[in-house]
Design a protein around this ligand. Structure first.
Ligand SMILES: C[S@@+](CC[C@H](N)C(=O)[O-])C[C@H]1O[C@@H](n2cnc3c(N)ncnc32)[C@H](O)[C@@H]1O
Length: 299
């Protein structure tokens, strides 16, 4: 079955889910995803009935609001999306900007869903001071069709409703109640997107804050997997995390970099997955499984 994925999101872990899956415990009490974005791994976990409860959170309140309407009011959300999407067919080029103005005034999460679907690279941008959505329209596509969106919204709601809490705020507060019976999947903004020119997320995450938060989770015996940094065509993003955290670093072959392909370069993207030692039987076994899956995906 194809997993529902209603929020197209730059940096989504949708295609990497099968590679991360082998390192996730089979059953946990609560599954946490505190850097949720489009929550691709939580949708995967709910589909595979990994947990009794799910907690997703994001520092961007508009993303949390969008998740709440998708999970709790799927029919209304799908119907409104269809209206907003259809209206672009009878409107002129200014339609995207008109929806953006309306969103910035009224903050309707369904308007935001349309904007995410139609904006450049599905890459959300908010003004840090006003909180206004600032990204521009991608002229080449119309955004996810309403029928496909309805299926994704209803599917996501079916997987998550009645067992999911949605938080907006810093990851450390989302994880305040986690304990050793739980599991946390984390996909923070990578260093390459936090510092330097490509400030992809309105809220970056300096590495020292990430490390102190991870130390706290380790002290509380919380099992986690963390996607962090990587390389494309041999170019590394950011220094690895310190050994003192006692994590195992795995390298996942994420396939061809679409960014590089766009500019005519043939480059492989490799992403790091850091796991706590209690995950996976032994690193040897873990790596064997990783190879098997990668071979499977190659065919
Ligand atoms: C790489 S994206 C996660 C993508 C996600 N794995 C998916 O499948 O779509 C990182 C997310 O972390 C959020 N974020 C950034 N800083 C944060 C913080 N301090 N606490 C919680 N969320 C944060 C960003 O808004 C963004 O949605």
């Amino acid at each position: 079955m194809k997993l529902p994925h209603p929020i197209p999101y730059q940096g989504s872990k949708r295609s990497l889910a099968p590679l991360i899956a082998p390192y996730v415990p089979k059953k946990v009490a609560t599954w946490y995803e505190p850097f949720a974005g489009s929550a691709a791994m939580t949708l995967w976990a709910a589909h595979n009935q990994i947990a009794e409860r799910y907690v997703i959170g994001d520092v961007l309140a508009p993303i949390a609001d969008l998740w709440r309407v998708i999970i709790n009011h799927p029919d209304h959300t799908a119907a409104r999306y269809s209206e907003v999407w259809q209206e672009q067919m009878d409107s002129d080029e200014g339609y995207f900007n008109a929806v953006r103005d309306r969103y910035n005034e009224q903050r309707d999460p369904v308007d935001l869903l349309y904007l995410i679907c139609r904006c450049v690279k599905n890459a959300i941008r908010f003004n840090t001071k006003s909180g206004n959505f600032t990204q521009s329209r991608d002229k080449r596509r119309l955004g996810m069709r309403p029928e496909k969106m309805a299926e994704a919204i209803l599917g996501a709601s079916m997987l998550l409703s009645g067992k999911t809490e949605v938080y907006s705020g810093d990851w450390t507060s989302t994880l305040a109640t986690a304990d050793a019976s739980d599991f946390v999947y984390m996909d923070p903004p990578y260093l390459g997107t936090t510092i330097g020119r490509d400030k992809r997320y309105a809220e970056g995450l300096p590495q020292d804050r990430l490390i102190s938060g991870l130390e706290n989770l380790r002290a509380r015996n919380i099992r986690f997997a963390l996607s962090y940094d990587g390389m494309t065509g041999g170019k590394e993003y950011g220094p690895p995390l310190p050994d003192s955290l006692g994590l195992t670093r795995l390298l996942l072959h994420a396939g061809k970099s679409s960014q590089a392909t766009l500019v005519g370069r043939d480059e492989e993207t490799v992403e790091s997955l850091y796991i706590t030692p209690d995950l996976g039987d032994a690193v040897e076994g873990v790596i064997r499984r990783q190879r098997a899956i990668q071979t499977e995906l190659a065919f």
